[in-house]
Design a protein around this ligand. Structure first.
Ligand SMILES: Cc1cc2nc3c(=O)[nH]c(=O)nc-3n(C[C@H](O)[C@H](O)[C@H](O)COP(=O)(O)OP(=O)(O)OC[C@H]3O[C@@H](n4cnc5c(N)ncnc54)[C@H](O)[C@@H]3O)c2cc1C
Ligand code: SF4
Ligand code: SF4
Ligand code: SF4
Length: 346
């Protein structure tokens, strides 16, 4: 057992055996996950590290761990890929629908934004974590506590770069009174669930977990260099999208379009072993495939999300239609094939 503190609270947590017995826990994490290219860069480990030593500059690392790591083992305990049990498929759901918010604009039907704002209006949460961006498309995390903040138009929409959602969640759970809503790719959702399994504060305070369908994501430096080479002017860029096998960068004065297959050369190793397309562990997962253009596809999986959808329907905040699960089969199958890339555990 080890004692871990977050804010005022402290918990005893059980820590797994070290595969490399004479090494620090961080060295075990490095040997088993980071150096074997399994790391998804979800930053669950960075979120829980009591000395805030884990960073994601050139890959995930703890540069001065020899001096600063307390060998508490929390990073190993929460890492979803330390004992990797790949998830895949459509997952279980209560309802599978297409939705388009009447109040917000977003990447598709803005149902992610609608879910978080409605949860806020219902009093389920007092803040939602959004991945916004700066003028060069580098992600900045925002704690949205008032829908008026959504006047920052860059909060919605998809950014194809990793977001530091979980370090932001660490702060959010300390300050929230009612609860937090969080959005992320399937690897981030798995990290949230691990944190909830291990730490009461995350069970009590994280009230809504929205997952995004995800085939791949990219390191900011790699994708921005690639897009610049393709002629994308970041000062004019208004939207990025991956649809029907094409990456489309829409600028104020035109668009750059190319086959998404070309991006394989910068595909992060953690995505190359990732099998979960639909965020099967989320309360609701949302994507574009499966519904008509301008709509978001929503898999309502758990009770909290069902309540929010009922509220949205009652208030008439969105148009709803049918979603077609069969359209997801190709991408689900494509990700399942990545199982073969997973290295054997040490
Ligand atoms: C990396 C990535 C890959 C995706 N791949 C697919 C795919 O292959 N097929 C598919 O159907 N859908 C995919 N999606 C989901 C899709 O692009 C939309 O995000 C989804 O349909 C929701 O649209 P919306 O209009 O409801 O969301 P909006 O209301 O516009 O809200 C978007 C939300 O996404 C969050 N967000 C944006 N970028 C990131 C990020 N990088 N990390 C964490 N959160 C972020 C924002 O904070 C915001 O809350 C992907 C999303 C991401 C981030
Ligand atoms: S201090 Fe604990 S959580 Fe941080 S790296 Fe060391 S063992 Fe991991
Ligand atoms: S998979 Fe996530 S928790 Fe595990 S080492 Fe990588 S960033 Fe840390
Ligand atoms: S493919 Fe998506 S969910 Fe999987 S590791 Fe990459 S970013 Fe995370």
């Amino acid at each position: 057992m080890a004692a871990i503190a977050i804010g005022e609270s402290e918990w005893e947590v059980a820590i797994p055996e070290k595969p490399l017995k004479d090494k620090l826990y961080f060295e075990n994490l490095k040997a088993k996950v980071i150096d074997t290219n399994l790391c998804s860069r979800c930053l669950t480990c960075a979120c829980i590290c009591p000395v805030d030593g884990i960073t994601a500059v050139d890959g995930v690392d703890f540069p001065d761990y020899e001096a600063k790591c307390t060998d508490c083992g929390a990073c190993v305990r929460v890492c979803p890929r330390f004992v990797y049990e790949p998830k895949s498929g459509l997952g279980s759901y209560i309802e599978f629908i297409a939705g388009r918010s009447k109040r917000f604009a977003g990447q598709d039907g803005a149902m992610v934004t609608e879910l978080l704002v409605s949860a806020m209006e219902m009093g389920m949460i007092d803040r939602g974590l959004f991945a916004g961006r700066d003028e060069k498309w580098a992600i900045e995390m925002f704690h949205v506590r008032d829908p008026q903040q959504l006047a920052i138009t860059t909060l919605g929409g998809t950014k194809y770069t990793f977001a530091d959602v979980l370090p932001a969640l660490k702060k959010a759970v300390r300050f929230t009174k009612r609860g937090v809503g969080v959005v992320g790719t399937p690897c981030i959702v798995s990290g949230v669930r691990k944190l909830q399994q291990e730490f009461p504060i995350f069970r009590e305070k994280v009230k809504l977990v929205v997952g995004l369908f995800c085939t791949e994501n990219f390191h900011y430096e790699d994708i921005s260099r690639y897009l610049k080479e393709k002629g994308v002017d970041f000062d004019k860029l208004i939207k990025t999208d991956i649809t029907k096998g094409k990456f489309i960068a829409t600028m104020t004065d035109g668009e750059v379009k190319f086959k998404v297959k070309e991006l394989e050369e910068i595909l992060p190793s953690g995505c190359n072993v990732c099998t979960d397309f639909t965020a099967v562990e989320s309360d609701a997962s949302v994507g574009s495939v499966g519904s008509a253009p301008g709509f978001s596809t929503v898999a309502v999986r758990e009770e909290p999300a069902k309540k929010v959808i009922e509220y949205i329907k009652e208030k008439g905040y969105a148009d709803f239609g049918e979603a077609d699960t069969s359209q997801l089969n190709f991408l689900i199958g494509h990700k399942k094939e990545r199982e073969k890339n997973i290295t054997k555990p040490i």
